[in-house]
Design a binder for this molecule. Sequence first.
Ligand code: SAH
Ligand code: SF4
Length: 373
Amino acid sequence: MIAERTNLLGLPLPKLRTFFVELGEKPFRAQQVLKWIHHAGVDCFDDMTNLGKGLREKLAAVAEIRPPEIVSQQDSADGTRKWAIRVEGGGLVETVLIPDGTRGTLCVSSQVGCSLDCSFCATGKQGFQRDLSAAEIIGQVWLALKSYAAFQAGKGRVVTNVVMMGMGEPLLNFDNVVDAMELMMEDLAYGLSKRRVTLSTSGVVPALDRLAECSEVSLAVSLHAPNNALRDQLVPINRKYPIEVLLASCRNYIDRQTDKKRVVTVEYILIAGVNDQPDQARELAVLLRDFPCKINLIPFNTIAQSNYRRPSGNAVSRFWQVLVDAGFVVTVRTTRGDDINAACGQLVGQVVDRTRRSERYQRSNETEVVRVG
Ligand code: SAH
Ligand code: SF4
């Protein structure tokens, strides 16, 4: 039996150093190889011209640089690009790039499916299949840059921000997500500042407490309700870790940061008639009165598996106004890429079959599905 080769794509610097030392090589090789993989986008040892031929051959025998495979790529009329990515074992995940002026925000998946089954989320409805490896997580950044030929010098930055808001609950895949985020922030890899890497969680409190010990990424928390009775319905993990426990854990996370000016982003999906009433906005304002946060309102994006509806623009404005009047910084997330089902909560890891398009897809601007895999 041939021993499995180590996939170097997912190894952060300390682990890559250990790999080289165990191979009987100098640890500084890790720096060189990291730059080749993540700065230059190289996936073949033969192209690593500052390594001797002997070392290149040795590496090729025991290691590999293997990104996940792109199954399809779709471009939205608004510039959003979505990839369906096949991971080992056959599952599919989705990655979305949302360009906005000089920013490019990449929405990265952490699991195939999700076990937490929030009532409004398409990913949750498909159940949990498996965790992604660190290589499969950072591989989404690698593939996005490759897709725009952005590893080449002089192209400007295509990915300026990463949000762990794709499929899955990142804190339930802790070690791999932490390794991948380390690579996102590593200067020899993607060099993003800790403010530009955001982890979004539905509230896995013990894992969030653990994250506070080892990471300084920005934190977003999926609150979606102003009280436990309603949140229990929308976000079932609330029955285990209720709002007051979750907010205390978030506060602890923020308090541990060296940079004292940071706040938590509170995500709040607005669902018509469920959690979008002015009374609920007032209740939310009281709940978050002393909590260091900004609030991001997300009008619900329809999914096939639920009867929930998106509120009217007026209902969104009313809710927003109550919070603004109470002194909060409040943004409303604009929907991007919904013509290709790339909007928040619509990611299900399906390749769109052009002969069986959904109704909303037919209504949208024609979007070509490009098969590159
Ligand atoms: N599991 C993590 C991260 C992935 S979900 C979490 O729940 O935070 C990323 C964001 O998309 C969360 O804020 C989630 O609540 C939101 N989302 C899920 N389904 C949605 C939908 N149908 N419409 C709008 N936002 C949705
Ligand atoms: Fe999982 Fe997040 Fe979807 Fe909830 S909203 S089911 S935690 S991916």
